[in-house]
Write a protein that binds this ligand. Structure first.
Ligand code: AGP
Ligand code: GLU
Length: 644
């Protein structure tokens, strides 16, 4: 879940690595470090804490030189966040340096073997074991008796024609000993990795590999980059290669070679990044989260653009890769997702069932893999993921594919693993989402799910009139979001006054229940206040016991067929002196004495959840700011959860 960056070229690597790490810090941030190669020696600097307080200061007082280097921001899995556990790690000889994202599951048995061989370890991490293992193999590979002792060497897919230039340093048989050592080590490893390795004896080479954790190569002119996330390198190049699982790449300033440990040849394709470095900058906003909340009128418009078929009163997509007959043939949809995307899945369930009359089941992605639930033959698995890299969600996708089901995905990050491995899908077009707490990606997921439901509905029994009703409603949303954003100051006052309580309830029904779940999650994530979401009607079955003047309730009360019942529940809360914050539609009469009423514009019921969510995003944001927390980088969390 960490970030990885690497540079090889002629420029000074240190500022490139540091800037790249800053752009990656949102992915994981308990420590950071770099290793550079200068005049035959590895120079390592690493420090616990956020980059500005830790590594950046260290690099000021102890600068490093060199035009080859790797860097890392860590999200600890093995060993506490500390200087010694920070990456990069060195092998026994001190010649090889490794940064790693993921988990080496069999690190204990490898460690025992290495201990028996006299290795001494300096950290508590699984990564250091891997560094030592690569080091052992490197020693074998560089001594002549060790060459080529493996029965089958994978064939490299040569990227040289793409970036031009001369061959990289080899051991004489077309392979670099560092690459071979990495391959040897990875054949022994069980687990997940995004990996970058440099060696004091290989002055122009980075070896990188992936399994279950994203890695891309950025192709420059006389220089090349590697990164776990395009954000880190988009300022330098837009030409990238997304590595696949089991790819091992050897990168020099002039070329890159990719081989695959599982197949004979690697599948190398050059893609173009579709965003600019500025898109991932905070701009005038105090935090990324606020910027992303404010981008929603635009992101929603982007997600709709080009996808409406006015004549057919439907939505159309370029990437579903399914014929109309196949779309009609879907018997059932299982939606698998995690966290906020799982909340979006619950809204998706309502939408697809209502508009397309296809039975839908929502699963936590991690449960889907282990429940072994029966799936009918014509079940499609739909996964939702902002990052397109969430390990749990990716595992669900792979499990469904393994069982022969068609898979679709709604994903934000273009070229991400889920986007590449699913049979078809829809991009959100929300642009880079940097704040750990997802906002614009959530509303774009709702939007894309609504478009999909419309499309599925229209190849079935949804009337053209209903299709047109939704299309007209989609056009109104951006302006309606702007109207909600204009309420920000009032929402801030509510947040400051009441959200500092230690606990809060969020309640809603049908479409509004997932909105309540999302509101509670946002508050928890960034304000560290306990918040719980309930179906409004469930309150009286237990949680009502907790209602008191100290426990505020945020009630999501759309003006829909359940309005009277919802208002009844609000009276039950008010009668027990529970402070009430009501997010509702114009004209709704809430009980007297409600602490605050936030009115959002009414749209069609299918699209109301998008608008009802926005005040809750602002509520959580301002609560976090009022409490003095780091809004964009909440403790213990990472943006992209690439470990299961
Ligand atoms: C959102 O605020 C959270 N940070 C988290 O729940 C997130 O939605 C979850 O980890 C899934 O991520 P994904 O959408 O990238 O798959
Ligand atoms: N497992 C490694 C560690 O704990 C890597 C963690 C990460 O992905 O940042 O150091």
């Amino acid at each position: 879940m960490c970030g990885i960056i690497g540079f090889v070229g002629k420029k000074s690597a240190s500022p490139i690595l540091l800037e790249g790490l800053r752009r990656l810090e949102y992915r994981g941030y308990d420590s950071a470090g770099v290793a550079l190669l200068h005049e035959g020696s590895l120079l390592v600097r690493k420090k616990k804490g956020k980059i500005n307080d830790g590594l950046a200061r260290l690099l000021k007082s102890e600068p490093v030189k060199g035009s080859l280097g790797i860097g890392h921001t860590r999200w600890a899995t093995h060993g506490a966040p500390s200087d010694k556990n920070s990456h990069p790690h060195l092998d026994q000889s001190g010649k090889i340096s490794v940064v790693h994202n993921g988990v080496i599951e069999n690190y204990d048995s490898i460690k025992q073997k290495l201990l028996n061989n006299g290795h001494v370890f300096k950290s508590d991490t699984d990564t250091e074991i891997l560094a030592h293992l690569i080091g052992e193999y490197y020693e074998k590979r560089r001594t002549k008796n060790g060459w080529g002792e493996h029965p089958r060497e994978p064939k490299a897919s040569d990227g040289s024609g793409l970036s031009g230039a001369s061959p990289h340093q080899t051991n004489g048989n077309g392979e670099n000993p560092l690459t071979l050592a990495v391959c040897d080590a990875l054949r022994e490893v069980i687990g997940t990795y995004g990996l970058a390795v440099i060696c004091a004896e290989q002055p122009n080479t980075i070896v990188t590999a992936r399994r279950g954790s994203p890695l891309i190569i950025g192709i420059g002119n006389g220089e090349n980059f590697i990164a776990s996330d395009a954000n880190a390198i988009v300022a330098h190049t837009k030409k990238v290669v997304y590595l696949n699982d089991y790819d091992v790449a050897t990168i020099t300033p002039e070329r890159f070679d990719v081989l695959n440990l599982g197949t004979d040849t690697a599948n190398v394709q050059i893609s173009k990044l579709e965003f600019d470095a500025e898109d991932a900058q905070r701009g005038k906003h105090a935090h990324f989260m606020l910027k992303e909340i404010y981008e929603q009128p635009q992101t929603i418009a982007n997600a709709v653009r080009g996808r409406l078929d006015f004549e057919g009163a439907t939505a159309r997509f370029g990437g579903l890769n399914m014929s109309i007959a196949e779309l009609r043939g879907i018997e059932r949809i299982v939606i698998a997702a995690s966290g906020t995307s799982w909340h979006a899945a619950l809204v998706g369930e309502y939408l697809i069932e209502e508009l397309a009359q296809i039975p839908v089941e929502v699963e936590f992605a991690h449960e889907f893999c282990y429940r072994h639930a029966p799936l009918e033959r014509d079940t499609v698995l739909l996964v939702l993921s902002q990052s397109g890299e969430t390990a749990d969600t990716l595992a669900a996708l792979r499990e469904a594919k393994r069982r022969g089901h068609r898979t679709l995905a709604i994903v934000n990050v273009v070229g991400s693993t889920i986007a590449r491995e699913s049979d078809g899908g829809i991009y959100m077009h929300a642009g880079p989402e940097v704040a750990v707490a997802s906002t614009k990606a959530f509303t774009c997921t709702l939007l894309c799910t609504a478009l999909l439901a419309l499309n599925l509905g229209r190849v079935r029994d949804l009337s053209a009139a209903d299709g047109k009703r939704l299309i007209a409603a989609l056009g109104r949303i951006p302006d309606q979001i702007r109207q909600v954003l204009a309420e920000r100051e009032r929402i801030r006052q509510v947040a400051v006054k009441y959200m500092q309580r230690s606990s809060a309830f969020f309640i809603g029904r049908t479409h509004a229940y997932p909105v309540a779940l999302e509101g509670a999650q946002k508050l928890k994530e960034i304000s560290y206040r306990h918040a719980e979401a309930y179906q409004t009607s469930e309150l009286k079955h237990g949680p009502l016991a907790l209602i008191s003047p100290d426990v505020p309730t945020v009630a999501i009360v759309p003006n829909d067929e359940l309005l009277d019942r919802n208002i009844g529940a609000l009276h039950e809360i008010a009668a027990r002196s529970g402070p009430l914050y009501v997010v509702t539609h114009p004209g709704v009469q809430v009980p007297d004495g409600a602490a605050a009423v936030i009115v959002v514009p009414k749209n069609e019921p299918e699209l109301d959840p998008i608008l009802l969510t926005i005040p809750l995003q602002l509520l959580a944001y301002h609560a976090s700011v009022a409490l003095g927390h780091d809004v964009d980088k909440p403790r213990n969390l990472a943006k992209s959860v690439t470990v299961e």
